[in-house]
Unconditional design. Structure first.
Length: 93
């Protein structure tokens, strides 16, 4: 995996098992705009397993995007348009 020093690298395995790390990721990604309290962490971690690829149900990015509701696609496109994510990550493939 290519790691770019100026881009935050999030370790998914740690984010799904370490409450403190998950909290720091949420705060970092949202600019501290989402309150992360104990109740929120309890709710998130009560969801259980989130790595669907372990269940053999892996989808391609295009399949995943196609499975979203229209509002989810619109929100995703909005976020792409408002951020520099395409410029930043586009070169990585």
């Amino acid at each position: 995996m290519k790691v770019v020093p100026t881009i935050q690298h999030i370790v998914m395995e740690k984010a799904t098992t370490d409450r403190s790390y998950f909290e720091s990721v949420v705060r970092s990604l949202t600019g501290d705009k989402i309150p992360v309290d104990q109740a929120y962490l309890d709710e998130v971690f009560a969801l259980g397993e989130v790595n669907s690829h372990r269940l053999g149900a892996r989808k391609t990015p295009a399949e995943l995007y196609a499975s979203w509701q229209p509002w989810q696609r619109e929100a995703f496109r909005y976020c792409l348009d408002k951020s520099e994510i395409q410029t930043t990550y586009g070169a990585l493939g």
